[in-house]
Design a protein around this ligand. Structure first.
Ligand SMILES: [Zn+2]
Length: 433
């Protein structure tokens, strides 16, 4: 594997003091807890902390509609009575309540993601972490599932300015619906979500939802069942991701690490330990492309902090001890005060024959991709899974040349896919200008 990765870390203490509403399962304090463990273990010493300029409302409208963003800016707990119609229209209320400092909150986490993408674009970092980001359910003009502004989509749009192909990977227990929908009709972004499917929010992400128009085959869904354990998860995650790298050859990755897929999550139903969850981070990192690592769901706060701290250590390649470091939130980690969690004895309802069928179906779609932007068909046919090997230097150079040519060609044309709207709302063409 190559040498040291330059890692950047976004943290803003403002995020952690935000409270959505009394008793709301999404508790921002999990970000504060994570940060204190990262500091307690001394991991911050091995990465750059950064706080980019805040993105503007106009920046958010590169994906979201003007009227939705204006509404988010304007509405407050004190004036919300005057906005009854809009609250309904924009799905703001129950799951996504209006709260004090709401716009500041969305602005901060989104800025971490967009700013992170800019760092990757500028080659100032190899991996960027924003645990406060990853709010993957927000739609173009609708809040959804505790998400207001979709920072994942904004981050990918930023990455597309400098990368021909971007891969989005989502290991939250819920389907990454907002991101999939945004890029459903383009071949420049492949989305891949591993999630509980069937009678579970947001009720999308079926195996045969694979994209539309020019994006046909570029949405990958891995629908799973309750009780998913480490071994089973790794056995489906690794081959799917290897196949995607082989066929799509992404130039950058955005990895959403929702930790509600851990054992014992308040809303989730999987049974992963930190090691099973963290293996996804380790594996994606091994492909040696720029990665933007984001948080996401996670509702058993102490385990969210454990998970994202552990994954920070995985990214940095720094081993951390199981006993947690003393910190001001130490009592939250009672009774054992250890980093690692023990999965439960719940039944794993993911049967090997079903997983085999899913993998075959996914590989079949990927094998049939006729066109990948910037990659010639011959290169696609002969591409091998990286298998943790560094490419030969001369191959590397050839790829770089190819990509430069492809990018130059791309910059002179506008992809039709970005204009294509039905059957699902696509991103605006203007975002690529
Ligand atoms: Zn989730």
């Amino acid at each position: 594997m190559s040498g040291k990765r330059r890692v950047s870390y976004f943290y803003d203490s403002e995020v952690g003091i935000t409270q959505l509403s009394e008793g709301h399962p999404m508790r921002s304090k999990r970000i504060t807890l994570t940060h204190h463990l990262i500091v307690g273990y001394g991991l911050y010493k091995y990465m750059d902390s950064f706080r980019p300029p805040l993105i503007s409302a106009a920046d958010m409208t590169k994906f979201h509609t003007d009227d939705y963003i204006n509404f988010l800016r304007t509405v407050t707990p004190d004036n919300m009575d005057q906005y009854v119609r809009q609250l309904q229209r924009f799905n703001v209320g129950d799951d996504c309540p209006v709260f004090d400092g709401m716009f500041d909150f969305v602005q901060i986490y989104s800025s971490g993601t967009v700013g992170g993408a800019k760092r990757l674009n500028a080659k100032a970092s190899d991996i960027v972490i924003n645990w406060s980001g990853g709010l993957h359910h927000a739609k173009k003009s609708e809040a959804s599932g505790f998400c207001y502004v979709n920072d994942c989509v904004l981050g990918i749009l930023e990455l597309l300015k400098y990368h021909q192909r971007v891969l989005y990977i989502d290991i939250d227990v819920h389907h990454g619906d907002g991101v999939e929908e945004a890029f459903y009709t383009t071949d420049r972004v492949m989305t891949c979500s591993f999630h509980k499917f069937g009678n579970f929010f947001p009720h999308t992400g079926a195996l045969d939802d694979t994209g539309a128009g020019k994006g046909k085959g570029y949405s990958v869904n891995v629908p799973l069942d309750e009780g998913m354990d480490d071994i089973t998860f790794v056995s489906i995650f690794r081959p799917v991701i290897a196949k995607i790298f082989e066929r799509f050859q992404p130039e950058a990755v955005l990895l959403q690490c929702g930790s509600d897929s851990l054992s014992g999550d308040r809303l989730g139903c999987f049974n992963l330990s930190l090691r099973g969850h963290g293996d996804c981070v380790e594996y994606v990192k091994s492909f040696n492309v720029p990665v933007l690592v984001l948080g996401g769901g996670g509702y058993t706060m102490r385990n969210v902090a454990r998970c994202w701290t552990y994954e920070t250590s995985v990214i940095l390649n720094k081993e951390v001890e199981n006993p947690l470091p003393k910190n001001v939130y130490y009592e939250y980690f009672a009774p054992d005060y250890n980093l690692h969690i023990t999965p439960s004895n719940m039944e794993n309802r993911n049967k090997p024959e079903n997983l085999k069928r899913i993998l075959e179906s996914v590989c079949n779609v990927l094998d049939n991709l006729e066109h990948v932007p910037g990659v010639q068909a011959t290169s696609l046919q002969s591409a091998q899974a990286p298998d943790h090997a560094e490419p030969e230097e001369d191959e590397d150079m050839q790829d770089a040349d190819k990509n430069t040519e492809a990018r130059a060609a791309f910059e002179q044309t506008v992809h039709e896919a970005e204009f294509f709207d039905p059957p699902k709302p696509a991103i605006d063409a203007s975002i690529l200008k």
